[in-house]
Design a protein around this ligand. Structure first.
Ligand SMILES: *Cc1c(COP(=O)(O)O)cnc(C)c1O
Length: 402
């Protein structure tokens, strides 16, 4: 600090006491500096390098799949997964409507159409009963493929999104996929480290996708990963994400590829982050337990649940606000938190309501719409201190006006 007058030198202290409490911030406390320095010292900064290979290998070990292919974002991973799984233009893909919009956009990138599936009310994940209903009543078999009766299009895949760190109830969905010959592409971008009946999310369907965006449980700044046991699909994913070079010296490209590679610099951060993921998950679960204990007793507040068959990471801690019992609604509580410089947010607009996907017509997904109006996500960074969390808890508990 240089030549500050007394007024100026007082300022940072004031700023600290009124520090905003972030929603879900990156946690950098491991080997990130060391590994990034190694990249810079060795000049391996770009899209090939030892950390890319290591990050892929580390992810296969962590998730349990045979293969992993690093990508520049989670959205790129989803786009590539849809391509390698054989989803074609004018196919239809069953997808969770209550999700961040990326998987729905990716379905459109390949020219296919989303069919929106509502959430179940207990854990807020994709509802297998609705899928069964649609496949049993809304579809017919034509020449060995399942077609949507009302559009005549082929139904090709199911894309469950494990939201908020909790797994989707996958067994019924996998059963339906087998019965109707559909591929299962998991959007596990919010679920790294979560388990379903003892198995890691991302290794439940045919192919899975992760994200290492800044607010995910581990980050590379930006990045993604495709995981699968299917060797041919993994090879194809690697090929497509590196511009589909058939002959790299003569620049022969047999099809249209993409520049979707993760850099060695980013992968170096990813390797360091993955080393600490179990500690990060433990922090998330502790934060969730404290919220649940202290806010679960406030009339009108319902914390997110963990299913008996699940091990959730509680990546994004979320609760429901019942205006009649609590005295104010979720949006007014969000305003109160914002006024106190506490970052919180509602759940996403359900995708079937999104202006970007207006063509989908009149999907009926009442559970997602209800959750969108009553849910709020609270600060749950791995590094959230217990005094900061106490401040959030006390503010919310005191705001109950009934
Ligand atoms: C974060 C996220 C993605 C992908 O995110 P990128 O920012 O592209 O890495 C995809 N789906 C869901 C549900 C997500 O939350």
């Amino acid at each position: 600090m240089s030549k500050a007058n007394p007024v100026e030198s007082a300022a940072p202290v004031e700023a600290t006491s009124a520090m905003p409490i972030g929603l879900c911030m990156p946690e950098i406390r491991g080997n990130e500096w060391k590994y990034v320095k190694d990249c810079l010292d060795t000049n391996w900064v770009s899209s090939v390098g030892p950390y890319v290979d290591r990050f892929e290998a580390d992810m296969t070990r962590y998730v349990g799949t045979k293969h992993a292919v690093a990508t520049v974002t989670g959205t790129a991973a989803l786009h590539t997964a849809l391509l390698v799984a054989g989803v074609k233009p004018d196919d239809e893909v069953l997808v969770s409507t209550l999700t961040f919009i990326a998987p729905v956009n990716a379905i459109r990138y390949v020219g296919a159409w989303p069919l929106f599936i509502d959430a179940e009310p207990m854990y807020w994940q994709m509802d297998a009963n609705q899928i069964a209903d649609f496949l049993d009543k809304g579809c017919v078999w034509v020449d060995g493929t399942v077609r949507n009766k009302s559009t005549g299009r082929r139904v090709k895949a199911i894309l469950p999104v494990h939201i908020l760190g909790h797994p989707v109830d996958m067994d019924p969905i996998l059963g339906l996929a087998r019965k109707f010959g559909l591929v299962v592409i998991e959007d596990a971008t919010e679920g790294l480290g979560a388990k379903y009946r003892g198995r890691k999310v991302g290794h439940l369907g045919d192919i899975g996708c992760f994200s290492f965006n800044g607010n995910k449980i581990i980050t590379t700044g930006g990045g993604g990963m495709i995981v699968t046991d299917n060797g041919a699909w993994a090879a194809k994913a690697k090929h497509l994400t590196t511009q589909a070079k058939d002959d790299p010296t003569e620049f022969i490209h047999g099809e249209i590829g993409y520049n979707y590679r993760l850099t060695n610099l980013q992968a170096a951060v990813g390797c360091a982050q993955l080393e600490l993921i179990e500690a990060y998950i433990a922090s998330k679960r502790l934060i969730a337990a404290r919220y649940t204990e202290n806010l679960g007793v406030v009339p009108g507040l319902t914390p997110m649940q963990e299913a008996p068959w699940a091990s959730s990471t509680f990546w994004m801690f979320t609760l429901l606000v019942d205006r009649a019992c609590y005295g104010q609604d979720a949006r007014s509580l969000l305003r109160l938190l914002a006024a106190n410089r506490i970052q919180a947010r509602p759940l996403w607009q359900p995708s079937h309501r999104s202006p970007a996907h207006h063509y989908c017509g009149t999907s009926n997904c009442p559970v997602s719409e209800h959750l969108n109006s009553v849910a709020i996500s609270l600060p749950c960074s791995v590094g959230l201190t217990s005094p900061a969390q106490k401040k959030v808890i006390e503010l919310i508990a005191a705001a109950n006006t009934r």
